[in-house]
Each structure stands twice: as structure tokens, then as C-alpha cells.
Ligand binder design. Structure first.
Ligand code: CO
Length: 134
């Protein structure tokens, strides 16, 4: 079921400052910020030869990462994203095996314009997993 590692996401309290550090200290290629109100985040991507890093900043009142940043004020690793060939088939397989899907269970369009779902971290060893249609 699992394909490539699409990205690892890091929640940050100040996106502009984080972009600056990735550009200056790590000499990274950073994309322009994208506001995703449906997901309650603003994101940028760091392009790596074999994957991507996503930097996330809260957007709006009830951002899903606001509570995370309260617990981790300087930021921290937030989720990992695996690609799957057929997201609805993967979802149905996960539900049948007892895993919990966050939200309505229906895929939403993510930062790359492709359907995504999030899996409950308690079902996966404390790690929030995002699945993205390849
Ligand atoms: Co993500």
C-alpha cells in the first residue's frame, strides 16, 4: 500500500523566520508560502533530492496545529506523509483493519492539489500519518 515518502512536516511558530533559517543556514530551496484555509495552515516546502520537508504555521482560529505549538512552543516534527496509489481503497483497508481516520473520513485536497487523509496518531505509535494520492 505505501509508496514514496512524500514529505516530513515540521510545525513552526513563525514561518518567515523558519524559511529564513532554512535558506540561510541550510542553503535550502524553499517554495513560496501557500495558505490552506481548509486545513488551517500556511505551508512552504523545502525541496530535497529524494523527498520534501513541509514547514507548517497555524492559519485562522481553530488551526489543527495550534494545540501542538502550545505543547511544543519552539516547533517540532508534526507528521509524515506517505504516497498511496488509491487513497479510497487505502482508507477502506485501514478502517477494516481497525485504524481511525481523522475528520469526516473523506479525502480533502492537500497542498499539492491531490487528495489527502490523516490517520489517528494513537493507532500508529504516536505518529500522525498523512496519506496522499500519488
Ligand atoms: Co503534510
Amino acid at each position: 500500500m505505501l509508496g514514496r515518502l512524500n514529505h516530513v512536516a515540521i510545525a513552526v511558530p513563525d514561518l518567515a523566520a523558519a524559511m529564513q533559517i532554512y535558506r540561510k543556514s541550510l542553503d535550502a530551496i524553499v517554495t513560496a508560502p501557500q495558505h490552506l484555509p481548509q486545513h488551517g495552515v500556511t505551508v512552504v516546502f523545502i525541496e530535497l533530492p529524494n523527498s520534501k520537508i513541509e514547514l507548517l504555521e497555524p492559519l485562522g482560529e481553530d488551526s489543527p496545529i495550534a494545540a501542538f505549538l502550545l505543547k511544543n512552543p519552539s516547533g517540532g516534527m508534526h507528521h509524515i506523509c506517505y504516497e498511496v496509489d488509491d487513497i479510497k481503497q487505502s482508507r477502506d483497508h485501514l478502517i477494516a483493519s481497525g485504524a481511525r481516520i481523522l475528520g469526516s473520513g473523506e479525502p480533502k485536497i492537500g497542498a499539492h492539489g491531490k487528495p489527502v487523509l490523516f490517520l489517528h496518531p494513537k493507532d500508529f505509535f504516536g505518529t500522525l500519518i498523512e496519506l496522499e494520492q500519488a
